[in-house]
Each structure stands twice: as C-alpha cells, then as structure tokens.
Design a protein around this ligand. Structure first.
Ligand code: ZN
Length: 204
C-alpha cells in the first residue's frame, strides 16, 4: 500500500494543479488558494487515520471534535430563529467545548468498535464528509472560498482512495460503505448533514 509520503506527494501535486486552475479560471485569491491547497493536501492522508494503533485514533478523535465544534460555533453564531440565534460569545464558547468533548468521545468510541484499517474511512462518503467539514469551517469567508475548500477537500481524499485502489489492484477502497451497514449509514447521514449545513449557509 502507498505510504504517507506517497499519499501526501500525490495529493499535494493534484492540489497545486487544481489551485492553479482555480486561480486562472475562477479568480481564487491567495487566501482562498492557500486554504484550498491545505484542504487538498491534508485530504491525502485522512483515510489512513483508521489505523489500529492509538495515535492516529486519538488524532481522528481530536479532528472529529474540532470539526464538529467548529460547525456548532458556525451555526449558533449565525442569525436565525431556530434556537434563537445568534448566541452571545460566552454561550457559543460553552457550546464549542461541549461539542468537542461530545463528538471526540463519540468518534473515538465509533472508531474503536467499528473500524478496521481500510474500513469505514476508505469509503466514498469520506471525501464528501471531509470537503463538507472544510466548507462549514470556512463558512464566514464567503461562497468562493467555501466552494474552493469543498472541491479540494474532496479531490485530496479521492487521490488517496484511487492510489490505494491502484496499488492493491482492487476497487475495494472505492466502495460506498463498509461491511458494517449501521456504521456506514451513520457515516452517510453525518456526511449529508454536514454538506447540507455548509451549503444552506452559503452566501455569495
Ligand atoms: Zn489508505
């Protein structure tokens, strides 16, 4: 299987090309291009967070906590009638800390019980989940940036899945779900919710 350097090398090259293309055809500025490049580059190693040993597991838990926490803050600080938004800073901070611990714990439990290497994290939901999380995190930066990080996040994770598929001569990493239908369903529901959240808050 391709190692970390190989994955990051390929996602880095693909992201650089995509960012150059975005700059030329869609007028991405330097902030948008940098964020998009980061989303694409990091997407190249995200699926391997489902390794069995504990360090990537803790990283994955932290990542899930931070992502969900950012999504919660983005949501409660945006105006809207549901939940009487926007919330004041203190309440938003409490919500962020709460969301971090809640989703960190849930994520680690799910990863521990459900994943094996090249299981759930190597399914076709993950590119969209990763792109969606980036889109939610940069929601305040405007529509162009949201689209850019969404596209590059998806591209980065795709390079990983395609590389794994090519190296193992099997389409296994490109499957839509893992053997665990319950966990796969939750992953797709989460992916749909995150993307819905990202795009309903999109303003150009
Ligand atoms: Zn992999």
């Amino acid at each position: 299987m391709p190692n970390f350097e190989c994955h990051v090398g390929v996602s880095g090259i693909a992201s650089a090309l995509a960012v150059a293309l975005g700059g030329a055809t869609m007028g991405w500025d330097s902030t948008t291009s940098s964020l998009a490049f980061l989303a694409g580059l990091s997407g190249g190693f995200i699926p391997d967070l489902d390794h069995d040993d504990s360090k990537p597991l803790r990283m994955a838990g932290a990542l899930a906590g931070v992502g969900c926490s950012a999504a919660v803050v983005g949501y409660v600080t945006s105006p809207g009638s549901f939940l009487n938004r926007p919330w004041p800073t203190g309440s938003a901070l409490l919500a962020a800390v709460g969301a971090y611990f809640l989703f960190n714990t849930i994520a680690i439990e799910i990863f521990k019980r459900r994943t094996k290497h090249r299981g759930l994290f190597h399914s076709l939901a993950v590119p969209f989940l990763y792109g969606g999380l980036w889109a939610v995190m940069v929601a305040s930066a405007g529509g162009k940036t949201v689209m850019a990080v969404w596209l590059l996040g998806i591209l980065g994770v795709f390079t990983h899945l395609v590389l794994d598929a090519g190296k193992s001569m099997s389409f296994n990493p490109l499957k839509v779900a893992s053997d665990d239908i319950g966990a796969s369903t939750r992953l797709w529901v989460l992916t749909t919710l995150v993307n819905f959240l990202a795009f309903t808050r999109l303003t150009f």
